[in-house]
Design a protein around this ligand. Structure first.
Ligand SMILES: [Zn+2]
Length: 108
């Protein structure tokens, strides 16, 4: 096993993407497998944690897709630069941008 295998394993997947005033993440509904692109406005949907930990901001979102009534609850803790500290999700699973794009293409 080389050094690159080690680096690969240590690398954390990225599930939240910052673009201008928005943050974007991707989820798949557990119930109907619907793919959802979720947008978070930095100015109105991001909350300061005021905690002593590494997290500066948090997001709490409830998402309901178009295809079923299943509620997907997502919570992110973010650093000051919007990098992810941790996340929790119920009712669905988080996808990376690449996974989402691959699945969307497959479904077309
Ligand atoms: Zn669904």
């Amino acid at each position: 096993m080389g050094i690159f295998d080690f680096l690969k394993r240590e690398k954390k997947e990225r599930y939240i993407y910052s673009t201008g005033d928005l943050l974007v993440f991707y989820v798949q509904c557990d119930k109907c497998q619907e793919l959802l692109r979720v947008i978070v406005r930095k100015h109105s949907e991001l909350y300061r944690t005021y905690s002593k930990g590494p997290a500066e901001y948090e997001i709490q979102k409830e998402i309901v897709g178009a295809k079923c009534q299943n509620k997907i609850n997502v919570h992110f803790d973010l650093k000051p630069n919007y990098a992810e500290v941790s996340h929790e999700i119920t009712g669905g699973k988080l996808l990376t941008q690449t996974e989402y794009n691959n699945l969307i293409t497959d479904n077309k």
